[in-house]
Structures are given as C-alpha cells and as structure tokens.
Ligand binder design. Structure first.
Ligand SMILES: CCCCCCCCCCCCC[C@@H](O)CC(=O)SCCNC(=O)CCNC(=O)[C@H](O)C(C)(C)COP(=O)(O)OP(=O)(O)OC[C@H]1O[C@@H](n2cnc3c(N)ncnc32)[C@H](O)[C@@H]1OP(=O)(O)O
Length: 297
C-alpha cells in the first residue's frame, strides 16, 4: 500500500489532502482543502515516515481492494504537479514493471512469443489507455510538456493498441508486436521511475542516464515494431475491408481503412524525427546542462 503514498512524504502540514484509490497503488481521486493542521489520526494503518525527507504526517487505510489516504502539506512546498501527477501517474512504473515481469515469465514458460500479446493484452490496454491523461495533464498545465509532443506520442500508441493490434487478431503473434511491447515497457518503467525519484528529490544518476539514453535505441526499435505491425496488417485489412465505408450510402461518404493505414505509416516520416530530436534536445539539456530555447508549439 505504501507505494502510492511514499512520494507524498515529501510534503508537510497546512493543507489537507484526502483521496481514495480503487486498489492500493492505483490511480485515484484526490481532494484538497486548507487545514489549520493535520487531521486527527483515524483508525487504520499509519505509514511510517519515509526517511527521505523531513518527517511528515500521513495516514492511509484500506484493504487490498481499495485504499483511502490522508496527508497534509505546507503551502510553501506545495506544487500542484506533485499532487496531481503522483496520484494520476506515478504508480505506472510499478504497473509497467508488472507487465515486464509477465512478459518475461511468459517467454520463460512457453519459450515462444506466440500468445504473448494475448496474455498481456488486458494490462497493456489498461495502462496505455490511461496514458490519455498525459495529454490532459499538458492541456490543463500541470506538467510543462508540449501538448503536441505528448499528443503525438500518446495517440500513436493508443492507435496501435486499439485500432491495430486489438482489432486485427491475425497479427497479434507477429515478432514486430514484441518489438514495440518491449520498447514501450522499458521506456515507461524508466520514465516513471525518473518522475517519481525526481519528485522525491533523490534521483539516482543511473535512472536519469537511462531516461535520456535508452530512447536512442528504444525509439527506433519501437517505431520499427509499430510500422512492421501495421505493414503486416495491410493484406488482412484490404481483404476484409474492415472499418471501411463504401459508396453508395445515404451519407455519401467513403472511407478506406487500408489507405488510412498507409497514410498513418507515411506520417511517421515527418513526425517521428520531431519526437526523436526533441528527446535529443532534452538529453543535452538534462545530462549536459545545455540551455536550449524551444520553439513555440
Ligand atoms: C490517429 C493516428 C495517429 C497516428 C500518429 C502517427 C505518427 C506517429 C509518429 C510518432 C511515433 C511514436 C512512436 C512511439 O510510440 C514509439 C515509442 O515510444 S518506442 C519507446 C521509446 N520512446 C521514448 O523514449 C519516448 C518516451 N516518451 C517521452 O519521453 C514523453 O512521452 C515525451 C512527451 C515524448 C517527452 O517528454 P519530455 O522529456 O519533453 O517531457 P516530460 O513530459 O518527460 O517532462 C517535462 C517536465 O514535466 C515533468 N513531468 C512530466 N510528467 C510528469 C509526471 N507524470 N510526474 C512528474 N513529473 C512529470 C518532468 O519531470 C519534467 O520536469 P522538469 O522539466 O522539471 O524536469
């Protein structure tokens, strides 16, 4: 249960926060309101101070199916990004870790990648769909990431998950699916570990290094996996005419999913380099301290 609350240890009294999560460590809802002090202890488990920052006051209780938590923090250390991002996203490194372990176990038990997607699909769909919140975070300004960069990144993955891999069953056992699954998983574990440790103000250099170096290989590998998977889907889509609307019809519109997939593949050519060079700039900024002036969206 502590995993969700641990990061809140960085915060201290004055404001009261109460939240509930569907199960320990899951994203949840949080309400904030001013408080003259910390809430009185409520029956339940008192989490120990995390030892990383100054002592804090927080309380959490629940069961394996849900958990409530209370904690207090001061206005001077209050940063909305901490509360909102922690609650809505910071547990994802552990969730993606669950996915990574499931994939390794599957491969060790079966000795093949066939059936791997099927075995992890529910978890994958859940986490990746939740990533839509990253766009919301950017839109409402609780993280400074460019909406366009996050939007392209997240929408391409949602598209891969729902409109390609989920919808086109014959391609689920392609090797290329494993390529993007592994790239996404390693990336997300590293990225969310980076966010969590950064907020705790105890960022190990290795995590920082990994966040801004792994992508050099993982991005092209992930993109190759995505493109090869779409490519493998083309014959099936052409044969079945899935998701396509043919004329004549009463709305007088036509849509061909086959050509839509071709256009999507082509759109990687201008869009992927933008993301890749963005990450290279971030790398220079974070690892080498270069001051980089980003152009407006
Ligand atoms: C409908 C059909 C659409 C089809 C579109 C087709 C076009 C597709 C072209 C694109 C292809 C993409 C393919 C892709 O899916 C393949 C892969 O991903 S393979 C795996 C490798 N990938 C990566 O390494 C990319 C990982 N992604 C990212 O790093 C981010 O998503 C990205 C937005 C790209 C980059 O983020 P950036 O470094 O610019 O900013 P951050 O968001 O990391 O950080 C900015 C600051 O905000 C703080 N922050 C952000 N989020 C949080 C959080 N949840 N909790 C706490 N703090 C957070 C962060 O610490 C930064 O703070 P500071 O500036 O103070 O350091």
């Amino acid at each position: 249960m502590g995993s969700l609350f641990l990061p809140f240890g960085a915060l201290s009294d004055r404001f009261l926060c109460m939240g509930m999560t569907p199960y320990p460590g899951a994203p949840g809802l949080v309400s904030l309101w001013p408080s003259s002090g910390c809430p009185p202890p409520v029956a339940g488990l008192r989490l120990q101070d995390n030892g990383l920052t100054r002592p804090n006051k927080q309380l959490a209780f629940g069961s394996e199916h849900f958990s409530f938590f209370f904690f207090c923090f001061s206005t001077d250390t209050f940063e909305p990004i901490c509360v909102k991002c922690l609650v809505l996203g910071q547990v994802r490194d552990r969730r993606w870790l669950v996915l990574a372990i499931a994939m390794v176990r599957f491969y060790m038990e079966k000795g093949t990648h066939k059936g791997l997607y099927k075995s992890v699909q529910k978890t994958l769909k859940f986490f990746q769909t939740f990533a839509l919140l990253e766009i919301v975070h950017c839109l409402i300004g609780i993280v400074p990431t460019s909406v366009i960069v996050a939007g392209v990144q997240v929408s391409s993955r949602i598209f891969m998950v729902w409109l390609v891999t989920h919808s086109i069953k014959p391609i689920q056992n392609e090797e290329s699916v494993v390529l993007f699954l592994v790239s996404w998983t390693v990336t997300e574990i590293t990225r969310y570990s980076f966010y969590t440790f950064s907020l705790l103000d105890h960022l190990p250099y290795f995590i920082k290094w990994a966040r801004y170096n792994f992508f050099i290989i993982l991005y092209p590998v992930g993109v190759a996996g995505e493109l090869l998977t779409i490519y493998a889907a083309l014959p099936y889509v052409k044969k079945t005419g899935m998701f396509s609307i043919r004329l004549p019809n009463k709305y007088n519109i036509s849509f061909d999913y086959y050509y839509f997939l071709l256009i999507t593949m082509a759109s990687y050519i201008p869009l992927f380099p933008q993301l890749y060079f963005h990450m290279l700039r971030q790398r220079r900024k974070v690892l080498h301290g270069e001051v980089i002036v980003e152009k407006d969206d």
